[in-house]
Design a binder for this molecule. Structure first.
Ligand SMILES: [Zn+2]
Length: 138
């Protein structure tokens, strides 16, 4: 499986850098891209959902098997770059969230009450940003 083939099965795919994409995550209800995908130099396909879905759940929801994303030889942990994704990819995966927050703020300024779902979504968004920070600094 190539990274091209992997992302071709996903929704709202957008290339953010050479060999890097964002797309809607197939493992959760994702209306805007939260999933970063990268073809590593050694041929591995790296995926990361900024909403917190596990690697296994993303891969199986995409109809693939974990071993299809990795070359035959076992990967060495210390070969994995600490922060593999281009910052543009991460920002793209989070960008739409800022718009949702702005819309909610504008609604609230007009005296509109948030629904429970909208409030939950805002908390999820805070979680995604925190996830991105811990991902970038681990
Ligand atoms: Zn997800």
């Amino acid at each position: 499986l190539t990274a091209d083939q992997f992302v071709s099965g996903l929704a709202k795919v957008r290339r953010t850098a050479p060999g890097e994409w964002v797309a809607c995550c197939p493992a959760h209800e994702d209306r805007s891209p939260s999933l970063a995908v990268k073809e590593a130099d050694d041929g591995r396909i790296l995926v990361h959902c900024f909403a917190g879905c596990s690697f296994e759940s993303v891969v199986s929801a995409a109809g693939a098997k974990p071993e299809e994303l990795f070359p035959a030889k076992p990967m060495q942990k210390d070969h994995a770059p600490r922060f593999p994704f281009n910052p543009a990819t991460v920002l793209r995966a989070l960008a739409f969230n800022a718009t949702i927050v702005a819309i909610a703020a504008s609604d609230m300024a007009q005296g509109k009450q948030l629904t429970v779902e909208e409030k939950d979504k805002l908390f999820d968004i805070a979680g995604e940003f925190n996830e991105a920070v811990s991902y970038a600094t681990r």
